[in-house]
Write a protein that binds this ligand. Structure first.
Ligand code: MN
Length: 136
């Protein structure tokens, strides 16, 4: 069975690109366009990782992160913040709020899958797999 990744992202272009790259990498994508929808799906889907846009309308990513981290059922689920390169200080705020990793926008198609998988491996303590072929 494919591992599921929940993407919480309001920007259609970013969502499309992230979905395309991760599906190509063999993952099943569950998408949420708002924080509330993301919280709901996170609890129901139990994804292998959550990718969280910080600039969301209404409830922003920090609030979503806080709420996700209050749900003990999701303790084992790595959360990777995805936010703009320009937002100085977001990285520290995200890590302080309990995210496991951080990816900067714009999404780089050449490194995105690897970065997502690295954050997945970090928090599950699985060794890197040098034989995996992401380049093809
Ligand atoms: Mn956004």
């Amino acid at each position: 069975m494919k591992q599921k990744i929940l993407i919480i992202e309001d920007n259609e272009q970013n969502l499309y690109l992230a979905t395309f790259l991760l599906e190509k990498g063999g993952y099943e994508i569950v998408a949420a366009r708002t924080g509330l929808e993301g919280l709901d799906l996170a609890a129901n889907v139990r994804p292998a990782q959550i990718l969280l846009d910080i600039q969301l309308p209404g409830m922003d990513g920090f609030e979503v992160l806080n709420r996700l981290r209050k749900n003990n059922a999701l303790d084992d689920v790595p959360i990777t913040a995805v936010t703009s390169h320009a937002m100085v200080g977001d990285r520290e705020r995200c890590l302080a709020a309990g995210c496991n990793g951080y990816i900067e926008k714009p999404i780089d198609p050449d490194t995105f899958l690897r970065d997502v998988e690295r954050h997945m491996a970090d928090s599950t303590s699985e060794p890197d797999n040098p034989s995996s072929d992401h380049g093809s």
